[in-house]
Design a protein around this ligand. Structure first.
Ligand SMILES: [Zn+2]
Length: 231
């Protein structure tokens, strides 16, 4: 095989290595990225706390309302029980009942507000529970499918790396260093010549150049510097 042919093969291995490495990186990112799940769990914890607070407030409000109603019953008892005859006191008791009733009205309104707040948070919590269950299932599926894929990729990569160093050992070092120098900037360091044109830059290659390349010399494109390969 010509020197350019060997380098071309090396490049194919390098491209394959690059793809597999990229895939392995993606797989590893997906296997470790549990940000969405953690965020959902944090949200759930804070909403559960909110729900407890709101329920406590609701309970407190219900007790206060019970107290006010009990008090009203007592005052009404004194007002209509017949024991109190003093008109002045009766007027005061009436005033007291009126004041209590308006307090009860206010308390009932705030109780309604608190009840709808609790209801809203319960709905939110239900939504977050579903979301975090879904994310947990997804996480499990990801681990199940991508875990083995990671292992396969690692084996494939190790195989390719072995092939690459085996091939690189057979290539003369000067040609190899030309290849290594060009590849990072150009992506492809070795390109084919087709219909007299360099496939790297699509500029015509002088006949003498491609003939030398075909004969096995290491020839670089005058225009883009890439190594020319003719089968
Ligand atoms: Zn070129």
């Amino acid at each position: 095989m010509s020197l350019a042919g060997q380098l071309y093969k090396l490049q194919q291995l390098d491209l394959e290595l690059q793809d597999k490495q990229q895939e392995l990186n993606d797989v590893e990112n997906k296997l470790t990225d549990n940000k969405a799940l953690l965020a959902a769990e944090t949200k759930l914890a804070s909403q559960t706390e909110q729900l407890e607070d709101a329920r406590k407030k609701q309970k407190g409000c219900e007790w206060e309302l019970d107290d006010l109603q009990e008090k009203t019953r007592q005052v009404n008892g004194r007002l209509y029980g017949g024991k109190t005859k003093d008109p002045k006191e009766l007027v005061n008791l009436e005033k007291e009942v009126k004041a209590l009733k308006s307090q009860i009205k206010i308390k009932e309104d705030s109780l309604l507000g608190l009840m709808s707040e609790v209801e809203q948070i319960e709905t939110d919590v239900k939504g977050v529970v579903q979301e975090s269950e879904r994310l947990k299932r997804e996480w499990g599926q990801t681990q199940e499918t991508l875990g083995p894929r990671k292992g396969d990729l690692e084996i494939e990569l190790a195989g390719l790396k072995g092939q690459r160093s085996e091939l690189a050992r057979q290539i003369e070092s000067e040609a190899l260093s030309v290849y290594e120098r060009i590849r990072p900037a150009k992506g492809q360091a070795v390109v084919k010549v087709e219909r007299g044109r360099c496939l790297g830059c699509h500029i015509a290659v002088p006949t003498s150049q491609w003939q030398k390349a075909k004969a096995g010399d290491l020839i670089q494109c005058n225009n883009c510097d890439r190594i020319l390969y003719l089968e």
